[in-house]
Design a binder for this molecule. Structure first.
Ligand code: ZN
Length: 246
């Protein structure tokens, strides 16, 4: 293999590693934001459920107070009824008392309805509170894991950047600049492609026999005629064994 190619391959390996680390470092805060967003949504849902329980209780209290008012009115009406002078007056008081009693009945029906509705609401709130507490714990754990992972990645990135700088110095300037240009041009970041079964492993173009011979010889830097990536033929233990036999 041409020495520039084998040295540039070290740079490429480091660049791919650096790219992966940068991607992960950028992704982690987004993942944390997403889990926090979910937690907030669950917390808001719990607030709504608590508000439903509170409203239910508030309405029952209002109804209880209404019942008291009606009862006081009935007792007052009964006193007044004793002093009724005519049958018409008596009937009028009776009519008002009936009305108040009906109102009390309606309030009591509604209270019963509310009490029945409150039971599942309260169970829901208890369940949601437990689930939320567990979720909060899990989120805290995930956040601290993400922070640790980011710190590790950043340390690894720093190391890789240093190694990359050293490795790049081993490549001749023209090959390095070709490598840099190809690395940016190809989205996968692969500027040096392996030759597999006579093909460029990146674009699958079959190499002309002459080109294959040149790659194998390793005395020159050879580029794929289709994608322009630099080519290399890895030295495999099998090849070495075959050559030893020759
Ligand atoms: Zn190619």
């Amino acid at each position: 293999m041409h020495p520039d190619i084998s040295n540039a391959l070290v740079v490429q390996e480091l660049d791919l590693h650096i790219g992966g680390l940068r991607k992960e470092i950028a992704l982690l805060p987004r993942q944390v934001a997403e889990i926090e967003r979910q937690l907030e949504a669950h917390s808001r849902q719990l607030d709504l459920e608590k508000a439903a329980v509170a409203n239910n209780l508030k309405e029952r209290k209002t109804l209880d107070a209404d019942i008291q008012v009606h009862r006081q009115k009935i007792s007052k009406l009964k006193d007044q009824m004793m002093q009724a002078k005519t049958n018409d007056q008596y009937r009028a008081f009776q009519h008002e008392i009936d009305f108040c009693e009906k109102s009390i009945g309606a309030c009591e029906d509604r209270i019963l309805e509310l009490m029945l509705a409150a039971e599942p609401l309260e169970i829901n709130v208890k369940k949601a509170e437990t689930a939320l507490a567990e979720e909060k714990k899990a989120v805290e754990k995930q956040k601290s894991e993400a922070r640790a992972r980011t710190a590790d990645d950043e340390a690894a990135l720093k190391r890789a950047l240093g190694e990359r700088e050293d490795a790049a110095r081993q490549v001749s300037p023209p090959v390095l600049s070709t490598y840099e240009r190809l690395r940016v041009k190809h989205k996968d970041g692969v500027a040096i492609a392996e030759v597999v079964e006579g093909q460029c492993a990146s674009c699958h173009m079959l190499l002309r026999p002459q080109l294959l011979v040149e790659v194998r010889a390793g005395s020159e830097v050879v580029a794929c005629e289709n994608c322009r990536r630099l080519l290399y033929l890895p030295i495999r233990p099998v090849d070495i064994a075959a050559e030893m036999q020759l």
